[in-house]
Structures are given as structure tokens and as C-alpha cells.
Design a protein around this ligand. Sequence first.
Ligand SMILES: Nc1ncnc2c1ncn2[C@@H]1O[C@H](COP(=O)(O)OP(=O)(O)OP(=O)(O)O)[C@@H](O)[C@H]1O
Ligand SMILES: [Mg+2]
Length: 192
Amino acid sequence: MSETAKEFTVQLTDLAATEALGTALGTQLRAGDLLILTGALGAGKTTLTQSLGVGLKVREGIISPTFVLARQHPSLVEGPGLIHVDAYRLKDQNDVDTLDLESTLAESVTVVEWGLGKVEHLTDSRLELQLDREALTAAAEKPAVNPWEEEADLDEPRLFTLKAIGPRWDEPAFEHLKSTLLDAVHTGELHA
Ligand SMILES: Nc1ncnc2c1ncn2[C@@H]1O[C@H](COP(=O)(O)OP(=O)(O)OP(=O)(O)O)[C@@H](O)[C@H]1O
Ligand SMILES: [Mg+2]
């Protein structure tokens, strides 16, 4: 059975665009949703998740969970809470299973940075999000941010790609999500 790829790419011209997209995305999610975030160190995965938390209306305080593998952000409006995971140091599915994300998945929105290849078994549907520092996509490995250059890092374009997988994201749900996100950043889809 052939299925059209539910996927699009958009340019996020600056930090504000990433925040607008994240907030809009947060308004579209519901309990049980799983999001996998991919992108180099400093690409903006945590930044995007912070805005997603604003749109979802969860309690603030999403900081990079690098040394805390999973953080729980309760809803402020009796909606789903947010589970924010950094899987950078987790090798595989077995490592992920120690976090017991299954127990919170159904009533939460679960966002996993560095989760590709590690969390897909949790549920049959997911959004795969990728952020690229456009100017640097050619460079294979980006070194950790140099603190002396941090100022120059403050506001840059990103390329954002979203791929929707599984029955949760049927054609109407995907098209609605896509148009909501494109509207939020006031731009059209990029065609490769
Ligand atoms: N357009 C943009 N979108 C997102 N972040 C941006 C943008 N322009 C600049 N930035 C900056 O890039 C940095 C992204 O850091 P962030 O912690 O979100 O990255 P990350 O992908 O979570 O990294 P890590 O892999 O280390 O967890 C922030 O300092 C943010 O202000
Ligand atoms: Mg991060």
C-alpha cells in the first residue's frame, strides 16, 4: 500500500519564528502524542520544547534536561502534561525502558530529544521533528558551542522538517497541523 509522505519543511528565519512554531504546535497536541526531536547540539530542540510547553499550557521551567533524563510539567488547565526527555545518553530501547515512559504516555504529551531509533516502540503514531542550523548543514560535526562565540549564536535561521507517522496523523489531521504551523510562521512550505 503506498501512502503519500506526510512531511514538510519550512524555514524558521529567527528565534521568534521557532518560538511561534513551537507555541502553535503545542496547541495542536493531545494526550498520548509522542514527538521525537532530532538536530545537532544547539539546533534548538529544547528551545522548541519550551515554546511547545507554552502552547500546551503546562507549568514552566523546561530547561535543558541534559543531566535529568526526564522532566514532568503538569498542565495548568487540566489538559495533558508534558514529559520532556533527553535521550542523548541513552543507547537504545532497553535504556529508554528504564524511564518507564509507558506509564505516563497515555495522559501526557511526550517529547524526546535525541529519541530517533529509541522510543518508536512506545506507540503506533509519532511526529518526527528535525531542526538544522541551515548554514551549517554541510558541516558533518558541529563542535559544542564555544562560549566566546555565543553572542553570534543568538538569533539564526533554522530549517524545520516535520514528518507525521501512524493513525493519529491521518490526512486531515496532518493537513490541519501543517497549515496551522505554516500560518504561525507566516510562510510557505519549502520545496526541495
Ligand atoms: N531560529 C532559532 N531557533 C531556535 N534556537 C535558536 C534560533 N536562533 C538561535 N537560537 C539559539 O540556539 C540555541 C539552541 O539551544 P537549545 O538548547 O534549544 O538546543 P538543543 O537542540 O536542545 O541542544 P542539545 O542537543 O544540546 O540539547 C539557543 O541558545 C537559542 O537561543
Ligand atoms: Mg536540548
